[in-house]
Design a protein around this ligand. Structure first.
Ligand SMILES: C[S@@+](CC[C@H](N)C(=O)[O-])C[C@H]1O[C@@H](n2cnc3c(N)ncnc32)[C@H](O)[C@@H]1O
Length: 529
């Protein structure tokens, strides 16, 4: 086994995996999902967080930055990646991050203590069975009594098709001496299959499905997903059985909308619940067959907590929670005329219909706050103040309608839900960038261009973002930002179009940038102190 893991270490040392923040692995998300299903979990602001297979810390370090009273520990076998992570921690001046270079098979868990949240993203199905077992053992031992662990993995049946492509790529390129060559040969195998696979056959379908990510994806992703020796998908029910053998129980998916057949088709939901009743794991496994699921982000807790778990949502748990949804009416502006309008939140296909003007205004409160959050109480307040005069709604009916709205938003995946507010807002005249993002940008090496936002989502920065974000503490207004942009253009630090109206160009670029930063949840609701 040692030699297998040494090979893994060498692969990741030679070709480090791009390390980003993944929003569904955020402790804030784990806490919200646990709460939705009736389980309390550790206070995020002061939590102990462990990440297994943390790479260079792109997912872990932003958690430590957002929560200075958190204490975070990351473990990875690749010395090169851990060294890169340690350099980032030093540049950021963080004292709440410990990164450990170790093989999970040898890790002394007793020295680590207990953790409120344990994250294993992109690890479980990319290691041999012994290490898979070690991951679950480690989670069972190191998870605090009220802890929540996140494990992502490739799943069957979706990966059965993708394995045709992976097997072919590995057969053609897997033994080439360098990873770059392996990827080159692998891609040429895909091209060969593209030209030769019989139309309408399984191989042609697999090629169609995999082509965009293999041809356009970064080399490190293609190498580790399609050419590495280990990529061992499993069925969801097998994963749940394995966690059960370690004294852990299924809590839910980090994206709860994936758990509900009704989000895919009402007929499917009726058939599955009719045949399988309340067996949630079987319902979801059958759903995975129906939708050909390829990937899961599953949350587990200690098995003894399973008795307190309820997948049937109690609407009272939504009171006091914080919701963000980019809702809009499909037919334009909201009309307070008692007529039915459909509301959607991109990129989700789901919609919510509303005719009550109070309910429409509750959705308007969400739309105005997006990408920041509002509570159910905020929605009711806004609706009460602004609902149409011709269509007033008694308070108890409004309250019930907003409860139902919150439940639908949460379960259909149309809103992000948190236990604490996310203070993001739209462009203003005196714009302020989240200080956590400002710190990340200030410490970013020139070759890197990603930061994590308040939703723990990865945002790609452009040149003007890198130039202006460090200045955006609220002390410069739009004119000041445009002046800084124009100066950078004149001095050649920022590209400009070959025209003499640098000032006009700069002002337009600032406007465009502010809209983009707002959509990326990097602008703060409050001005800086
Ligand atoms: C696909 S990468 C994912 C990295 C990161 N979690 C992410 O999603 O960006 C898998 C990571 O697991 C680490 N790894 C693989 N086997 C390991 C082992 N036996 N012990 C510790 N880390 C391991 C690799 O070095 C690599 O950084």
């Amino acid at each position: 086994m040692k030699s297998v893991n040494q090979e893994t270490r060498a692969r990741y040392d030679d070709l480090p995996y791009s390390s980003f923040a993944y929003q569904y692995s955020a402790p804030e998300q784990l806490a919200a999902v646990a709460s939705l299903f009736g389980l309390p979990s550790g206070e995020v602001a002061t939590a102990r967080v462990l990440e297994l297979g943390c790479g260079s810390g792109g997912n872990l370090i932003p958690i430590a930055l957002r929560h200075p009273r958190c204490s975070v520990v990351g473990v990875d076998i690749s010395g090169v990646q851990v060294a890169e992570g340690k350099a980032s921690v030093e540049r950021l001046g963080l004292d709440n991050v410990v990164l450990i270079e170790a093989d999970l098979l040898d890790l002394d868990t007793s020295a680590l203590g207990e953790f409120d949240y344990i994250i294993a993203h992109g690890l479980y199905s990319w290691v041999p069975p012994e290490v898979q077992d070690a991951i679950l053992r480690l989670i069972a031992r190191s998870l605090a009594p009220e802890g929540v662990a996140y494990v992502s993995y490739n799943t069957y049946p979706g990966w059965k098709t993708k394995e045709i492509v992976r097997d072919a790529m590995r057969m053609h390129g897997g033994t080439r001496p360098t990873v770059d060559e392996q990827v080159g040969y692998g891609r040429s195998m895909l091209n060969f299959l593209k030209q030769t696979a019989l139309p309408g056959g399984l191989t042609a379908a697999a090629v169609d499905e995999c082509t965009p990510s293999i041809m356009n994806g970064p080399v490190d992703y293609v190498a580790h997903e399609y050419l590495a020796p280990h990529n061992r998908p499993c069925y969801f029910y097998e994963f749940v059985e394995r966690t059960g053998a370690h004294g852990l129980a299924y809590l839910g998916e980090a994206q709860p909308s994936m758990m509900l057949p009704s989000n895919y088709s009402q007929e499917l939901a009726e058939q599955l619940y009719g045949a399988l009743g309340g067996d949630q794991v079987r319902v979801e496994q059958y759903l995975d067959f129906a939708v050909s699921r390829v990937f899961r982000q599953t949350l587990v807790v200690h098995a003894k907590r399973a008795q307190d778990l309820r997948w049937e949502l109690d609407r009272k748990t939504l009171h006091g929670m914080h919701f963000a949804a980019n809702l809009s009416a499909t037919d334009g502006a909201i009309r307070l005329d008692g007529q039915l309008q459909d509301f959607v939140a991109p990129p989700n296909r789901a919609s919510i219909g509303a005719s009550l003007s109070g309910l429409k205004q509750a959705m308007d409160a969400l739309a105005r706050a997006w990408p920041g959050t509002v509570t159910r109480e905020d929605m009711i307040r806004h609706a009460t103040l602004t609902q149409g005069e011709n269509d007033p709604v008694p308070p108890e009916i409004l309250s019930e309608a907003v409860d139902e709205l919150c439940e639908r938003l949460a379960l259909r995946g149309m809103a992000q839900v948190r236990l604490a507010p996310v203070e993001a807002t739209g462009p203003s005249d005196q714009p302020v960038v989240d200080p956590v993002a400002r710190r990340q940008v200030a410490a970013l090496p020139p070759e890197k261009k990603h930061v994590a936002n308040a939703w723990h989502d990865t945002v790609e920065l452009t040149d003007i973002d890198r130039l202006l974000i460090p200045l955006m503490d609220g002390s410069l207004d739009r004119n000041g930002l445009a002046a800084a942009t124009a100066a950078a253009m004149r001095e050649g630090r920022l590209a400009s179009a070959p025209a003499d109206d640098i000032e006009t160009q700069a002002a337009a670029r600032v406007t465009d940038m502010l809209q983009r930063l707002a959509r990326s949840a990097l602008l703060l609701r409050h001005t800086a102190q």
